[in-house]
Design a binder for this molecule. Structure first.
Ligand code: NDP
Length: 475
């Protein structure tokens, strides 16, 4: 192993401001809520103070979105809406370096991931949906599908800008207006997106962005003048939203947790599979709803695979997210770190075998070394619960039927991975998998043209692709 020289990206590129305001009706305004301090999880320093919404601000934002829908956006031809959405996409690209550094600072993710995955995927979602805006009549939802109205959207902290794009782009393309609440720990890139939206000259009120904690999200999703609610986050909060919306007739999509199985058959190209496993669970510190957090490996190749996996994981560089060589950055919050530590301890207590990379960890900030548990049985908490951190649980199987049975033995159903040389086995296994997305000989591939969403406790509704438009149309 060789030493890497430090390769830090400059934090000045982020254009960090000491304070940020909410975005309502086309203007940046102070919210009446208690301002929050957003921190850099890699160093625990305060990055900026952010204005938050009180219930009256939520009401004002929904009213602004309603006005914009009734007077302008809902009536605008798709070909005109498309121009605005293209402009947003272009500006996201133009400011991509700034956005990547800001995302890395606020979230803790490695700069190379923010730069190569989050920001380009966010731009791609705006480009893709701009293309749909004038073609909705050909989408298979009738000759002239209508928008729903005002959408309330709540997003999590794991892919802050990307989640904002996944929510806002399809809503606008279909002619809806939006009130969006970013996560409490990662509000900054959504507020730069608000600047971009202002620069793109979007009519006031079409997009409103309200930072704040869970109570702001709750007030928003329960607002009586919404036509649609879209939520990404924990299954627990998703269930409570579903309960509160029951009987209101409002359209709802939920993208919740996951405990994906990544299945490696004995004929799989092992070295390639190891790369896919590492990407599946250590990408974004494992803060990924579709993470391949359960590795199911055929018994005959388990020893070989585990040995190679340990060697590969030992080479992951953990540390400063702004260093371009960093593979695994900081855990997003102290709270999330505690949750990961508790679940890992449960793994020890229940008899799984813990292996941890011996990489050095920074003294300050929230870090958790990449960890692999082997000898895991299906009943253990680390095989059932979403850890949402850099922790992999390894189980074995003997026959393909056993692999499928174990993969489907979960209350979730968001994604799955299959590693085998045989195309027939891929099709056979994918057909039996109760998961919204199944990757074959790859993992964590995202594309705006491909629908993404879950089964069972992973939620319902799809985001992306033609299917994703349905969530924002009155069909
Ligand atoms: P939450 O579900 O609490 O947060 C997601 C978003 O919902 C945030 O914007 C949050 O605000 C907001 N929110 C919280 N409570 C409510 C409510 N009652 N009504 C409406 N909105 C609300 O996830 P956590 O951040 O607490 O993470 C907990 C666990 O959830 C993780 O460990 C992970 O297992 C899972 N998770 C899954 C995600 C996924 O993509 N599937 C994403 C994030 C978490 P605020 O930020 O202020 O809390």
């Amino acid at each position: 192993m060789w030493e890497y020289a430090p390769a830090p990206e400059s934090r000045d590129i982020a254009n960090l401001k000491p304070s940020y305001k909410m975005f309502v009706d086309g203007k940046f305004v102070e919210g009446a809520g208690e301002p929050l301090k957003t921190i850099n999880p890699a160093t625990e320093e305060v990055l900026a103070e952010v204005s938050t919404a009180a219930p009256s601000d939520v009401d004002n934002a929904v009213k602004a979105a309603r006005r914009a829908y009734d007077r302008v956006w809902g009536k605008m031809p798709g070909s005109e809406r498309a121009k605005y959405i293209f402009r947003i996409a272009r500006a996201v690209q133009e400011r991509s370096r700034e956005l990547a550094v800001l995302e890395s600072l606020d979230n803790g993710k490695p700069i190379k991931e923010a730069r190569d995955a989050d920001i380009p995927t966010a731009a791609a979602h705006f480009f893709y949906h701009a293309g749909w805006a004038d073609k909705l009549s050909y989408a298979g939802y009738g000759p002239s599908p209508k928008p729903l109205g005002v959408a309330g959207q709540v997003i999590p902290w794991n892919f802050p800008l990307m989640m904002a794009a996944w929510k806002i782009a399809p809503a606008l393309a279909c002619g809806n207006t939006v009130v969006l609440k970013p996560a409490e720990t990662t509000p900054l890139t959504a507020l730069v997106l608000a600047e971009i939206i202002q620069q793109a000259d979007l009519p006031p009120g079409v997009v409103n962005i309200l930072p704040g904690a869970g109570d702001v999200g709750k007030t928003l999703v329960e607002h009586p003048d919404l036509n649609k609610v879209a939520f990404t986050g924990s299954t627990e909060v998703g269930k409570s939203i579903q309960r509160s919306l029951a009987g209101t007739g409002r359209k709802l999509t939920l993208e919740l947790g996951g405990k994906a199985a990544n299945i490696v058959f004995d004929d799989a190209p092992i070295d390639q599979a190891v790369e896919g496993i590492v990407n599946g669970i250590f990408f974004n510190q494992g803060h990924v709803c579709c993470a391949g957090s359960r590795l199911l490996v055929q018994e005959s190749v388990a020893d070989e695979l585990l040995e190679k996996l340990h060697i590969r994981v030992s080479s992951l560089r953990v540390g400063d997210p702004l260093d371009k060589n960093t593979d695994v950055g900081a855990i997003n919050s102290g709270e999330q770190l505690t949750r990961i530590q508790e679940l890992a301890e449960a793994g020890d207590a229940e008899g799984a075998e813990r292996w941890t990379s011996s990489c050095p960890l920074p003294d300050k900030g929230f870090y958790f070394a990449p960890t692999v548990f082997s000898n895991v049985s299906q009943a253990m908490r680390i095989a059932r619960e979403e850890i949402f951190g850099p922790v992999l649980s390894v189980l074995t199987f003997r026959t393909p039927d056993e692999a499928v049975a174990k993969a489907n033995n979960t209350p979730y159903g968001l994604s799955a991975g299959i590693w085998t040389e045989k195309g027939s086995r891929i099709l056979w296994a994918a057909n039996k998998m109760r998961a919204g997305v199944v990757w074959a000989n790859t993992f964590n591939r995202f594309d705006p043209t491909a629908p993404f969403g879950g089964y069972q406790e992973s939620g319902f509704g799809r985001e992306g692709g033609r299917t994703g438009l349905e969530a924002y149309l009155d069909v």
